[in-house]
Design a protein. Sequence first.
Lengths: 284, 187
Amino acid sequence: MKIGFYPGCSLTGSSREYNESLLSISKAAGIELVEITDWNCCGATAAHNLNKELSVSLPARNLALAELDEMEELVVPCAACYNRLIMTQHELNEDEALKNLIAQKLQMPLKNGIKILNVLQFLEKYFVPRLEELVKNPLEHDVACYYGCLLVRPNKVMKAERWEDPMTMDVIMQKLGAKPIDWPFKTECCGAGFSVSAPDIVGELSGKIVRSAVDRGAKALVVACPMCHSNLDMRRPAIESYLKRKVDVPVIYITQAIALAMGLSAKEAGIQRHFVPVNLTVNR
Amino acid sequence: MMHKEDLSVEIRKNTEVNVRECYQCGKCTAGCPVADRMDIRPSVIMRMLQSGDAADLDKILRSNSIWLCLTCETCYSRCPMELDIPKIMDFLRQKSLAEGKVHREARKIVAFHKSFLGRVKNNGRLHEMGLIVDYKIRSVSSGTLFQDVLLAPGMFSRGKLHILPEQIKDKKGLSRLFKNQFKSRKP
């Protein structure tokens, strides 16, 4: 089975283990993710903060290219890219005149009807019904499922169920044999795009998240967003200086958790690329 | 001189949000993860926008708050009137930038966004190493030169930092998006 794929820039660099683990589990499940031909950056926070038109035209180019590639469904693993693509699709469908202007500028047709899936929607549709058959090594750990902002908000567009206390990742982790903890920081913001320009804010916001997870007994945080991951993992020194204590809880992508539970190798899951070492012993 | 009516009309035209619907319940400020760092808090910004006062607007455009907003969407999701406050923040940021009113402490954040868009304009995709170098040049006066220098070798050894950027093929089509932008379009 072939499904359209928009990796986004982070997955080619700082979060390449997210890309590797997603592609590994898809391949093992017989799903081929096909990249949009000549895709471009979605513009991220920079575009919507500084330039309204680019915040729509950059994502729209990808949507138009995906249509030219005759994709019906598009998987967007980065939560921030997903937000920009789905918001653009929503905005253009609400505003026919803007849609026509953008299509003119792109010099490409734009029907704007492609089904965009974030990683949780993708996993729910293609993996959850088959997890029992796919799981070889149950992950018997207490874990904190951390959703962050853009997988559940804005809820008016996302229409996520239980957006203050989402459960999709918790359900997946449970099916992998883990024990998801009940905790109050599931959808708090990690500091997002301030990783470089205001790392002290990231230290505080991510620090509170990590502290809550650890204090409630989590042996790992599970995430589904490259920004959340780099803030919680790579920015650990900023977190530790805010918390004034050392914290060694690892942060793994949900796709890595699935890869390990499916019995794929640590390398196929990209576990070796983290800053905080991952020592989740898997029963062999 | 801006009339009181004009501001809420201008905001509505650009964001489709009617600031007059805000009844000051304060949920936006209560849930905002950076409210305690803000010089003017979200619910107060909403109240000041309702007043339509030019001096109030000027204070908002010169505030650090609008740049501290992370677009986490918590305020919008919890607002009982479903007011899209993050969209208003985008509008205010762009206005602040256009009028040269960016708060001193927010210059690093703006420098980062500018570097980011500059890299995308050049390559079509973000090259993280190029972004960091460009950002450091732009923000050198803010003392960021040596920040994160220790991070680079760790990223490199984990295969997370590439020396050369990935480039898209259709540069011409991309550069069209950066040129001749439609100014204030009437809805």
